[in-house]
Design a protein around this ligand. Structure first.
Ligand code: THU
Length: 164
């Protein structure tokens, strides 16, 4: 029998809020902004809308939405649209919170809208850059709201600049 010399394990923790009014006022506003930005989604190919909201340390809120392209691989996720906007407008202001929500054209999504793997990688890059964790707040079109303490917590063992 071959045995490993050690085993690794990582615990994933998050908070669950049953409704939006259980969040702090400012986090209600970030999630509300993400919902408002669903209307700016350019998604004629998937018809799947994603809205995002960012809360910056200076109190400013920045929204984003997915922006698709007839050349499909060029589609931009809503998370990365908002993060790039924040980096362009306020390059030195840390991001405290990222809210994500979705709207499916034919069904109601009642589970939290989790950022895709590529967006998790980008969120981790921003966390490294600003040396500060970003709270990730996610909700489907309805249902429970999940809050994760950081991007890194949802991308365990992430690749980062330390390898380069
Ligand atoms: N999408 C996002 O905007 N964020 C994610 O984290 C996952 C997927 C977008 C990309 C595409 O426009 C549509 O959702 C369907 O994949």
């Amino acid at each position: 029998m071959i045995h490993p010399s050690k085993k690794g394990k990582q615990l994933l923790e998050w908070e669950v809020y049953a409704t939006i009014d259980q969040l702090s006022l400012i986090e209600q506003q970030v999630l509300q902004l993400a919902k408002e930005h669903l209307q700016y989604s350019h998604s004629p190919y998937s018809n799947f809308k994603v809205g995002t909201g960012l809360l910056l340390e200076n109190g400013e809120l920045i929204g984003g939405s997915n922006q698709e392209n007839a050349s499909y691989p060029l589609c931009l996720c809503a998370e990365r649209v908002a993060l790039a906007a924040a980096a362009s407008i306020h390059p030195h202001t840390p991001i405290l919170t990222l809210a994500v929500t979705v709207k499916h054209p034919e069904k109601i999504i009642s589970k939290p809208a989790m950022p895709c793997g590529a967006c998790r990688q980008v969120i981790c890059e921003v966390e490294q850059k600003q040396q500060q964790a970003i709270r990730i707040l996610t909700q489907g079109e309805q249902g429970e709201i999940f809050v994760f303490p950081s991007g890194l917590s949802i991308l365990p063992l992430a690749f980062d600049a330390s390898y380069l």
